[in-house]
Design a protein. Structure first.
Length: 298
């Protein structure tokens, strides 16, 4: 009886000790992973934290405080100075108008072009895609002169519309190919069902196909938003004769003069410029990740 009673006790102990060891190892692994992720995150966001800290300091304190991120006195007036005296209120409005207009043009045009490339076969399709890919590698500086001349001939230079068309009418081949790859994977039954319901080509596209491409639209919106919001060369050239139309990226130069640089004001202006970028990405980041995951699966 003693042997019979002892053996199950030993086996039960072993059965309970093995999961305990596995749990302890898994917990240690999770702790190490968590610590590494926290360290990497802090390193990644440190420049932004430093920028926010600099925006609340005096210009002399920014470089004399070393690694100390805590300001001696929180100088919120830096933001007021950037918003009013440096004209960031007008720059901000100009940037919003230009960015929204550019996003609308790029999304609609890229979606239409991607739909044609993804769903239809026609002569010269591969040649057309090859031409698109060539334009993808052309730097913006190489095309700024003909684009400026064309815009001037249209009478749109030094206008919001001119800047919007200049930013939105480029190749944007990456956006077009994203839409083309997505539309290519959709079943043909969607279009056939729309035809049976009496929908034409444009109605089928805007009411059936485009709503299904919401993850791609979110990705294109984020990429276009970043490009238009941070654009510098084209808005600078297009608004040289009308500084009231300049954007936030150009407005940063208002803190630089022959007598010195207003570093704290510049940092405050940079924070103002970054806040909308963070908000848009937080809102659309899940769709952005879903579209990237879908592209990897394909």
């Amino acid at each position: 009886m003693t042997l019979v009673d002892t053996e199950p006790a030993v086996s039960v102990t072993q059965e309970h000790s093995a999961p305990a060891r596995r749990r302890s190892r898994w917990t240690a692994r999770r702790v190490v992973t968590l610590v590494l992720l926290i360290v990497m995150t802090l390193l990644w966001i440190y420049p932004f934290i430093w920028l926010v800290s600099a925006s609340l300091k005096q210009s002399s304190e920014i470089f004399s405080s070393g690694l100390n991120l805590m300001p001696e006195t929180f100088r919120w007036e830096n933001y007021a100075r950037a918003w009013t005296e440096a004209g960031f209120a007008q720059y901000f409005l100009n940037t919003v108008v230009i960015t929204v207009g550019t996003i609308v043009i790029v999304v609609v045009r890229s979606a239409l072009a991607g739909y044609v490339l993804g769903r239809f076969a026609f002569p010269g399709k591969k040649i057309l895609i090859g031409i698109f890919l060539v334009t993808f590698f052309l730097p913006e500086g190489y095309t700024i002169i003909p684009v400026t001349q064309l815009t001037d001939q249209l009478g749109l230079l030094n206008t919001h519309a001119g800047v919007i068309l200049g930013l939105g009418a480029g190749g944007h081949i990456a956006s077009t190919l994203l839409y083309a790859g997505f539309f290519r994977g959709l079943p043909k039954e969607l279009e056939e069902s729309a035809k049976l319901d009496g929908a034409g080509a444009f109605r089928t596209f805007f009411q059936v196909m485009l709503p299904l491409s919401w993850p791609i639209t979110a990705t294109v919106t984020i990429l276009t938003f970043l490009a238009a919001w941070n654009a510098y060369l084209l808005p600078l050239v297009f608004t040289l004769s009308n500084p009231e139309l300049q954007t936030l990226a150009i407005g940063m130069t208002s803190f630089v003069s022959d007598y010195g640089q207003d570093w704290s004001g510049m940092a405050a202006g940079a924070v103002i410029s970054l806040i909308p970028v963070v908000i848009v990405f937080v809102i659309l980041q899940r769709k952005f990740v879903d579209s990237i995951a879908g592209a990897v699966k394909q």
